[in-house]
Design a protein around this ligand. Structure first.
Ligand SMILES: *Cc1c(COP(=O)(O)O)cnc(C)c1O
Length: 736
């Protein structure tokens, strides 16, 4: 077959005028989304279509008429930019002198790191993420690519992804599900050299399921996504990859079997032999069993014999600080999925189930994915210093003869891929005042010291422009939402009066899980009204975020906020933006003055949205939980020097009391510190003391809370074959 090697990118390029052909390779590699002024390259082609297709460059180019394309192809300025970007991509992809090649040459592209995760948040046009875990995974891939770490991602391609959020007239969340059209996305179906689709087979619920594999290019990194939506599968099995975090326990285990076991088989089918398996959260832990099984099959050895070699290659990152957040499956469920499997491992049912049991010898213990991962991985880590401590305490039960501090779980604090999150308008300023190479010297504090040289007026001007853009975007989103909801025309028109760029602007956006206390600010509604509605020094706040479809309490919190948005005294100062995604997140973290985060400590394992804010000059006001414990700095009087700490160090297990302490603290901070500081402005309206704090926020946090530092930590502490194995083999005792 002659057309067998024609990739979708080549096919797309064949539909483009000659001078626009480089657009095809750019469209099929998400690298474009973290390069300078990237957006306009696609947006300029067809701004309306760009909005309509959710910023998906492949769909955009497919939908644009040839007439329009030829018009663009005659614009010399555009062609020059395209050429530059195309060459930049080529150079990027062929560069061999990378950070990893210098620092960790032992990590070889022949045996890459295989990074497994149930969700990946790379760009708003690829809706296969729900929140922080996915965003972290996406940023992990991007920095691994930039640093040249040989790594592939493994995940699932969900036909309907997570849901789209719609709030009805009662403020109640409703869920919309729409199909992803894979052929119109930057995805390539993996094929054999002669063109037929590569598939792997998997036994799920006693049926053989055929799985195909899609590739997403993220710079130099390939992300492989498994998909069961094939005509040769039973209709039920086609929906295995229907939704992210949908369905019941049965769907859950089926998806985790697919991710873990299917993921290993997919890599084998692609001819990839990982040197390291990195399980990002427990969802993928079945992968360890499959690595063992294929080793047993290949060598004829026993499970006991291959155990050490599985462990040598595997590492595990845990993300959940509460026991209930860790996936466990009943032995009934395990029986129905693994009855044939444990024989292939040469294990009895009891030995097999013991691999996931917290307490050995207890027949009622469910099978825990975190337990399995801790038992069969060489090293494990939490995602912040505090989360490391909490995890050691929580999993001490697996290591009964050790003290808590000897539990083998270390920590690597999360970061963000700053090149994706910094507003281009601000990046320009950094290039001008820091160093032309600032973006590649992110982890060096000296890079950021020069932030002090940026004139206050320039920093403020750009920040205000970004705030105006955020407000403009919010107004149009709210008007659209009101229209869809069938509200009165008057109310729709009123959206144009919402918010004011001169007013102190707070952002709060994340998943609406009850522990994040999205309505803490409303605890004393009168006091909150006084703060927001103050005639001289008003405050405005923007909310956004989804609640899991089954989380009634989360939905009630959203409903309360929606109710609040209608309050006559503050209805111009409060807004809830529906259907939170990466695009809204970007607008928010780039445009707000203050980022509010008030989870119940210590339930926020790390949190990353506040880090995105720092790079853009926003200031955090947060409970001392997750990464903020490490980021927050205070002077001798206990006053924050780079942001604010809610509730200081007061902790109680009485939730109601804790809510009261924290909300009191938040009100006090707003009344006495945040609001007065913001409104202390000179005749030009420039708040110099505030800008001092903005600069401190940028300077002190940026070198540490970025994924370049994080990837370097993973490479040197976890991936490098020479890195100390900080987990001792303990399985011997399980099988004894
Ligand atoms: C960064 C980000 C998150 C994670 O936010 P947290 O504050 O860490 O919960 C979730 N969703 C989106 C869209 C993000 O960009």
């Amino acid at each position: 077959m002659t057309n067998s090697l024609v990739t979708p990118a080549v096919k797309l390029s064949e539909t483009l005028p000659a001078s626009l052909k480089p657009l095809a390779d750019l469209a099929y590699n998400y690298w474009w989304c973290w390069t300078n002024n990237h957006n306009s390259l696609f947006e300029n082609i067809n701004p309306d279509e760009w909005q309509r297709c959710g910023h998906n460059p492949v769909a955009l180019l497919q939908a644009t008429s040839y007439d329009r394309l030829t018009q663009i192809a005659e614009d010399p300025v555009y062609l020059k930019r395209l050429q530059t970007l195309g060459e930049q991509l080529d150079r990027y992809l062929t560069e061999t002198n990378t950070w990893a090649s210098r620092v960790a040459p032992q990590l070889s592209p022949i045996h890459p790191v295989a990074y497994f995760c149930a969700e990946f948040g790379i760009h708003e046009s690829l809706q296969i993420y729900s929140g922080g875990l996915g965003l972290l995974a996406g940023d992990h891939l991007k920095s691994a690519s930039d640093l040249g770490v040989p790594l592939v991602g493994v995940g699932l391609l969900y036909r309907q992804g997570y849901f789209h959020q719609r709030l009805n007239r009662q403020g109640w969340q409703e869920e919309d599900y729409t199909n992803n059209a894979f052929e119109q996305m930057p995805l390539e179906l993996m094929r054999h050299p002669h063109g037929e689709v590569i598939t792997i087979q998997l036994l799920v619920r006693h049926r053989v399921v055929n799985v195909q594999i899609w590739q997403v290019r993220v710079g130099r990194v390939s992300l492989y996504l498994l998909d069961t939506d094939r005509e040769d599968n039973d209709p039920i099995d086609r929906w295995l990859t229907g939704h992210l975090y949908g369905g019941n326990q049965d769907t859950r285990i089926a998806q985790e079997v697919l991710l873990g076991i299917g993921g290993v088989r997919a890599l084998q089918a692609l001819g990839i032999e990982p040197g390291v398996y990195h399980l990002n959260e427990g969802h993928a832990a079945f992968c360890l069993l499959e690595v063992a099984r294929s080793e047993i099959q290949r060598t004829g050895k026993s499970f006991y014999d291959v155990e050490a070699s599985v462990r040598d290659r595997s590492i595990f990152t845990t993300h959940t600080p509460v026991p209930a957040g860790h996936d466990v499956f009943s032995s009934d469920l395990m029986d129905s999925y693994f009855a044939n499997y444990w024989q292939e491992l040469g294990l009895s049912r009891e030995q097999f189930l013991a691999l996931g049991a917290r307490r050995l010898g207890d027949p009622w213990e469910p099978f825990g994915m975190t337990v399995l991962a801790l038992r069969l991985c060489r090293a494990a880590n939490g995602v912040s210093d505090l989360h490391g401590q909490v995890s050691r305490k929580m999993w001490n039960i697996l290591y009964p003869d050790r003290s808590e501090d000897k539990v083998p779980i270390s920590h690597i604090t999360n970061g963000v891929h700053a090149r994706s999150w910094i507003a281009p308008l601000l990046a320009e300023l950094y290039t001008q005042y820091l160093d032309v190479d600032w973006a590649s010297n992110m982890v060096d504090p000296r890079t950021w010291d020069k932030v002090d040289q940026i004139p206050d007026a320039e920093l403020w001007e750009r920040h205000q422009i970004l705030k105006e853009r955020l407000i403009a975007h919010t107004r149009s989103r709210i008007a659209m939402a009101r229209q869809k909801r069938g509200e009165d025309q008057q109310l729709i028109d009123a959206a144009a009066q919402l918010l004011d760029p001169k007013i102190l602007t707070i952002g709060f956006a994340r998943r609406f899980s009850p522990y994040k206390r999205g309505d803490l600010l409303l605890r004393d509604a009168d006091r909150a009204l006084k703060i927001l509605g103050n005639a001289d020094r008003p405050v405005q706040i923007l909310f956004s975020g989804k609640s899991h479809p089954a989380d009634e309490e989360g939905k009630r919190i959203i409903q309360r906020l929606m109710e609040w948005c209608k309050h006559p005294a503050i209805r111009h100062n409060v807004a809830f933006i529906e259907d939170y995604d990466i695009y809204i997140a970007k607008k928010l973290v780039q445009g707000v003055d203050v980022w509010l985060n008030n989870p119940r400590r210590p339930l926020e394992a790390s949190g990353t949205s506040g880090q995105k804010v720092c790079f853009n000059g926003g200031i955090n006001c947060s409970v001392l939980d997750g990464w903020w414990c490490e980021g927050y700095l205070a002077d001798e009087q206990g006053k924050g020097t780079n942001g604010w700490a809610i509730g200081e160090d007061a902790h109680t297990s009485d939730q109601d009391l804790q809510d009261r302490i924290d909300s009191e603290s938040l009100y006090r901070l707003l009344e006495e510190e945040i609001v007065p500081l913001y409104y202390d402005q000179d005749e030009q309206g420039i708040p110099h003391r505030w800008i001092q704090l903005m600069k401190a926020s940028i300077k002190t946090n940026s070198p540490r809370f970025n994924t370049d530092r994080m990837i370097a930590d993973y490479v040197t502490k976890m991936y490098a074959p020479g890195s100390p194995a900080n987990i001792e083999p303990i399985l011997a005792s399980v099988l004894a």
